[in-house]
Design a protein around this ligand. Structure first.
Ligand SMILES: NC(=O)c1ccc[n+]([C@@H]2O[C@H](COP(=O)([O-])OP(=O)(O)OC[C@H]3O[C@@H](n4cnc5c(N)ncnc54)[C@H](O)[C@@H]3O)[C@@H](O)[C@H]2O)c1
Length: 320
């Protein structure tokens, strides 16, 4: 019999790993007004986490702090056993190394209460692999965020086909903290978002390899064009609006598929590897010439402004 998990909103969460993603989750759950315990085996990560939360605070305040939200409610520990005592929901964000994650899940499931839900932030692994050495494995799912989790609302839940109760409870919990939840019907490496990003990046490499445009120009062509529409609705919704006669939509799609087959995308054999050094150098020297700070500020304020505008618009649309 699969375990029963509480449907209610948990008041506390354990974040495993205090890197970019673990700290981003801690910021998100703190904003939602929860008690957050962060575990990292490296003591120096505490100072880094404190700095991360301090830097994230203006964005968190702009997004809106829950009445009970407080940095005081974020605790750090280097003891996994202490972190997991009485845990209800665990968000694992350790390095993306499969063997290490499998061993860590074995440890986590040995210490955590049996009814604790354990979600991995993994960027592409399958839950069925992460569970392979775990105790009571049907409580382990993928809860994949986008960086940074306090700013980008999407979380992809995968692996639920063998952990339906945990996936359902996790979906309810993430939603209660303000996440936008997407559940995969079955597992696939990379899930949805990262597969789409990988396809786009491959095409960027291809366009770049052909000398069509520099990387800053390609970025602008995406941000000011398709991405602006994608922030409002997905590509299938956008394409549906591309035909004047919706009843002839199949013919419109046939045209798009002909473009794919006719060479609008790099072929399967295209290998971006030889371009890595040139690509990285151009990003560092051109797009990133001012360092990361100005880009981080622009991303944070831009995403917050878009989220707020879209929330207002969706509410107005729903009540119209
Ligand atoms: N960076 C991204 O954009 C992104 C986005 C989505 C998901 N992810 C996934 O999130 C996870 C974490 O990525 P990151 O970018 O935060 O990595 P990171 O390297 O920034 O941080 C990893 C942290 O884990 C700690 N750690 C090492 N061994 C550990 C252990 N045994 N137990 C607990 N903590 C341990 C490290 O000390 C470090 O603080 C990965 O699975 C990654 O694929 C990353």
């Amino acid at each position: 019999m699969s375990a029963q998990f509480s449907e209610k909103r948990f008041e506390s969460v354990v974040c495993i790993g205090a890197g970019n993603i673990g700290a981003g989750w801690a910021a998100h759950f703190m904003r939602a007004g929860l008690d957050v315990v962060v575990y990292d085996p490296v003591l120096e990560r505490k100072e880094w986490l404190d700095g991360y939360l301090e830097r994230a605070m203006p964005a968190l305040e702009e997004l809106g702090l829950s009445p009970n939200a407080s940095l005081e409610r974020v605790k750090f520990t280097t003891s996994l056993q202490d972190a997991l005592r009485g845990a209800k929901f665990v968000q694992e964000s350790s390095p993306e190394v499969l063997s290490q994650k499998i061993a860590l899940f074995q440890e986590i499931t040995a210490f955590a209460p049996e009814d604790a839900i354990i979600a991995s932030s993994s960027a592409g692994f399958l839950a069925k692999d992460l569970r392979s050495m775990a105790k009571a494995p049907e409580r382990i799912i993928i809860g994949h965020p986008f960086n940074p989790p306090y700013l980008i609302p999407l979380v992809e839940i995968a692996g639920g086909e063998n952990a339906t109760a945990a996936a359902k409870a996790a979906a309810g919990f993430y939603t209660s903290t303000g996440c936008e939840v997407v559940e995969l019907k079955r597992e696939i490496e990379g899930y949805i978002g990262n597969r789409i990003q990988a396809a786009v990046l491959k095409e960027i490499f291809y366009i770049y390899s052909q000398g069509v445009a520099d990387l800053e120009t390609i970025d602008r062509a995406i941000a000011a064009g398709p991405a602006l529409r994608w922030a409002v609705m997905g590509p299938s919704s956008v394409f549906y609006l591309g035909t004047q006669n919706p009843s002839m939509y199949e013919g419109f799609v046939k045209g798009l598929v002909d473009e794919i087959k006719g060479g609008f995308v790099a072929n399967a054999e295209f290998d971006p590897e030889p371009l890595i050094a040139a690509y990285a150098q151009e990003v560092q020297e051109e797009i990133g010439s001012g360092g990361q700070s100005p880009l981080l500020d622009l991303r944070n304020s831009g995403v917050i402004a878009l989220r707020k505008a879209l929330e207002t618009l969706v509410k107005r649309h729903a009540s119209a």
